[in-house]
Design a protein around this ligand. Sequence first.
Ligand SMILES: [Zn+2]
Length: 1136
Amino acid sequence: MCSHNHNQAYPELNYGSGAKWIKSLTQNRLSTFLGGHFEGVNLSSVLYTHRADGANFVDLQVWSAPGLTKPSFREAMKQEFKPAKKGDSFGPSWTNHWWKVTLKIPSYWQQYERVQFEFDPDCEAMIFSTDGVPLQGITGGYGGDRRVEHIIPPQAVRDGHYAVVIESSCNGMFGVPWNGDTIAPPDMNRYFSLASADLVVPNQDAWHLMWDFGTLREIADTLPGNTVLQNKALVTANKIMNAFKSGDPENVNRMRGIAEDVFGKGWQAKGDKIYNEGPKSAQVVGISYCHIDTAWLWPYSVTQQKTARSWSTQIDLMERYPEHRFACSQAQQFKWLEEQYPPLFERIKKKVASGQFHLIGGSWVENDGNMPSGEALVRQFLYGQRYFESRFGKRCDTAWLPDSFGLTAAYPQLIREAGMKYFFTQKLSWNNINRFPHSTFNWVGIDGSQVLCHMTPVDTYTAQATVGDVNKGVTNHKNLESSATALLVFGNGDGGGGALAKMLENLRRIRAASNEYRELPSVSMGSSVEEFFEDIEKESKEGTTLPVWKGELYLEFHRGTYTSHGSIKKGNRKSEILLRDVERVATLTTLLKPKGHSYVYPKQDIDECWEKVLLNQFHDVLPGSAIGMVYDDAEKLYAEVREACTGLLEDAFNVLFPQSSPLMSSSKSETMVAFNPTSFERHDVVKVPLSGNAARLKAQVVQASADGKYGYALMHSRGNEVVAQPTGLFANCVPASVYTNGADHFVLRNGKVQLTISEGKIRSLIDVKLGRELIPKGRSGGLVIFEDRPNYWDAWDVEIHHLETSTPLSFSQVRVVAAGPLRAAVQTKVKYGKSTIDITISLDAITATVKSGSRSFFNFDAVVDWHERHKFLKFELPLDINSNYATYESQFGFVQRPTHKNTTLDAAQFEVCGHKFADLSEYGYGVAFLSESKYGFACEGNVLRISLLRAATAPDAEQDQGRHEFSWAVMPHVGSFLESDVPMAGFIYNSPLHVRTVPGQSESRLSPTLPFWLEGAPNVILETVKRGEDDFEAKSSDTTVILRMYEAFGGHGSVKLRLGRHLAVKRVYLTNILEDTKGELGLVRTADGSSTLKLEFRGFEVKTVKLVVGTKESDIAPTIDTHSRSDSWVTVDEEL
Ligand SMILES: [Zn+2]
C-alpha cells in the first residue's frame, strides 16, 4: 500500500516569486529584536506587565554613615533615618548609605507568577532581611553585570506588604575609576543617584522568550554557516521575530513553542533534568565561580562587602537552580564573612554541607605566584587548609590560581605536600608573545613532583556561559588528542558578582540544543571541579597519556610587577624574615626557658602576623597593581607586623638573655652579644653607636668613625652556635682599604676583591687572588634609567622596548666615609630629574661566607628621593663572563633563564622574578647580585641587572613617589654557581644578626650549641624552626618542634640531623607541609646522650620533620578554638 500523502501533491504550476534567502541580512536583523532603536515596539516593550513607584507603593528612608565608616547592620539600625526618593544623589566615593524600604503591593498582583522590587542605586548594594540576614547583592548601572531585581516572596505578595533593609555603597563593580578607564586611579568625589526603586511585575514569558532568542542568536553567530544547527537557529530566531506582534503581550507564550524546533519538544518543563538527557559524558563541564580580587581597584574593606553580596546572591540562585554549583576560594574571605556576617556564614555552611557550595584552592588568598618566599607559600596552604578544615570539616582538593601573574616551579611539590594533586589556572592565555601549548597536562616542578593541570581553553575565569564559551572549550583545546574535556568557569568576577540567572538559563538551552544536534559540544552541570579532574586522571591512565610541562609557568606579561611599589616588596621580604626569626627564637625559648618560667609560645600573635603577611600577598597587592588606598592599608599591616614581631622578639630575648637590651645609643651594658637567626657559621661587621651611654662599648669595636660617634665591631658565630660574640681582627680577615686620587678615582679593596669607580662609573672589578678583571675592557657599570611606557597596563607591564632606551647615570660627589680596616666605604650622590639617589658603597674585611675560597662582596646602600614618572631605575654591571644561562633564586631552589634571545620564548623572558640572588657564572667563576628587598632581575647577554624602582601612574597615580631605602650587593665568587656559596650568602645577607647588650657578668640561657643542626650536606638548608600547629589544639598533649629543610642546588643530599643531648626528643616524624604525619623516622642515640637522624634529599626536595620533645608544658595555654574539627586531621597520606 502506498504511504505517500496524496492530499499535498506538488503543484503543477507556480506563479510565485520564489525566495533567495539573503542570509546576512537575516542574521543582522536579529540585533533589532531587543532594545535599541525599536525598544518601544520590540521584545523589550513587553518585558514588564506593571511598574509602580512613589510613596504609595515604595516608602524609602535613608541614613548615611559618616565619612568612610562601614557600620554593621546592627549599628545602622540604631540610627535616625530620613525620607528619601528616586533621583536623590549619594556620595562621595566609598561612602555607605543604609535604606529602610517598605513596600505596599496591590492586591490584584497576586495573580502574577512573580513580583519584584527593582532597586538601582547606580552602585553596589546589599539587601538584608529586616532582621539582618544578607539576602542578595545588587549591581547597579547598565553594564553586563547589572543585577537590580529582588524577588518578593509569594507570601508577602499575598499579605500586600514587604520590607527590606539595603546598604548601598558608593562604588561600582570596578571601583570608581576616573573617566571610566578601568585602570585609572579612583575618582574620590563621585556621587551616585538612585535610578530605580520600583515595584514591578515581569512578564515571565517575555523574559524566557528573550533568553530563548538570545541562545538562538548566539548559536547563529558562533557556529560555522555550513552546519545544520546554525541554519536552524537562524531560521527559528527569524520566525520568532516574524511572529512577534507589538502591543500583544499575550502572544509571547505562543511564540515560545517556536524555539522548540531547536531546543526540543517540552524541553522547558524538564528544568535541570535536561542535563540527564543526551550524551552520558559532556565535553564541557560548567562550574560557577566568582573571582573577587581581595583588593585591587578598591580596598580590603570593600572586598568584605563584595564577598557578602556575591555569595548571598549565589545561595539565592541555588534555591531556584538545583544544578547550580559554586566554587569558592580564599580562606581570608571566608574568615571576614564569618566575623562580619555571621547569619550568612551559617547559610554558607549549610550549602557546603549539601554539596552546592564548593571549597577550592586551599590557600589563604589567591596569592601572587612569583614573589612570596617558599615558606610563605607553605603558609598560604597551611593557614588556608587548616581554616577550611576547622570550619567546614573538609579541605580543598584542587589548587586554584586562575589570575596570578606567573607561577613558580616550586608549586607542584608544595601543592602535593598540601594534600592536593590538581591545579587550575588560565592566566597564561594573556601571554603577549607566545601561545602556551597545552590545556591539560602534567605540570612538573623543579624537584620532579607533578600535578594534573588544566588551563581552561575557554581562556577566562569569568565566562558568560555563552554558546561561544562552551564551543571554545573544544575548538581552543590544545590537547584533544589526549584529553577531550574542558572546564567552563563562569560568572562575573574580578569585582565579584558571580553567575547571573541568565547564564544558568543559557546553559540549560545550550544543553537542550546539544541533546538534539551534535554540532555543539555538550555542557554538563552539577558536578565539582574535583570530579572533572578525577575523570581526566582516570581516562589518561593516571596522567601517563598526557603531555608534560617542566618548570615554571612564566606569564609573558605583567613583568613590571616584580618591581612596582618598592615599599610593598620590602614589607613582604622583611616581614617574612622577621616572622621566621620570631618563630625560631620563640621555639628555642620555650625549649630552653628556666623551669616554671611563664614564657608561652605566642602562637596567636604569630598567626595574626602571618595572616596579615599572607593577605598582602594577594595577586594585585604584592605585585603593586592596586590603587593607592590599598597600599595605605597594606603598609599599615606591615607596620603592625613589624611592631608585633619586634615585641615578640624582645619577650623571647629577655628570657634567653636576661637583663639584655637591643643595641642602641642608650645601651647601658658593656658587652655585646648577638643572636644568629640562621644555621650558618658566619662573620658580620656590625655598626655600633658610641655616643652617650653606649660609649662603654668602645672596647668592643675594631674601627671607630672620625668623629667617634660610632664604630664597627666584628662578630663571629661558630658553626652550630646561636650566639655571636665580638672578636678582634683574626687570621682569616682581609683588611679593607680605600684609595683615592682626591678627585674622581676611588678604589675599594681588600685581599680578595677590588672595585674601582672612575669618572662616575664602575670601571673595574677585580678578583685580587686570581688577578682577574671581571668588567670587559672599555665597558662600565652603575645606575641606569630606562623609559618605561608600556602599551597599556601601566603598573603591571614593563615592555620589551624599554630595553632600547637606556641612559647611564654617573656617580658624583664621591667621598670616602670609612677607611678600614674593618669597613671601607665611599658615599656618592646621583642626581636625575627631580630625584636624588644617595648611595654608600662599602667593602668589609670579611668574606661573604665562611666557605673556603669565599670572596667578599661590595654592598650598595641606597637612599632614594624618587619623583619620576614612567622611568625605570636599574643597576647593571657588564661582566667578562660568558654563559647561555643566568640563575635566579626562587622558592626552595632556583630558576635558570637564557641570556640570549634565540627564540621568541627566550626573548619573552626579558625580565625575571628572583628572590635573594641573581647569578651569572661560567666554568670557574661567577658574579652574583644579592638583594634584600627587590625581586626584578635580568641578564641581557653579559650584562647583569637588578631592577630598583618604577614609577607608573595607573591605577595608583603616586606609585613609588617619595623616599626609599634599599640595599644590594655585588658578590664575585670562584667556581660556577653550583660550586659557589651564593645561596648561603643570600640567606645571610637577608638575615641580619639580632645584636644586644648585656651586663658583663650576665649569662645567656643559650647553650654553646644549638639543640638541632645539620651535618654532612652543605646543599641542604634548614629554613624554618617553629612549634607544631597541633600543640595548640585543646586535645594535644605533646610539645613538638617543626623543622623544615630543603635542598638548594638541585642534587641529592644525604644529611645528618643532629639533636643535642639537652633536648629530650622522644620521637621523630616525617610530615607534609600541613604537618600531617607521613611516617616515623628512626633515631640513633649516641653515647653522649645526643641523637642523630639520617635524611636523604632529592634535588630541591622540601622535607618537614616533627620532633616530639615532651609532653605539653602546663603553661602553654591552648588557643581559643571553639570550632569543631573532624578527627581526620592527622592522617598518613599513603600516596605521598
Ligand atoms: Zn584577580
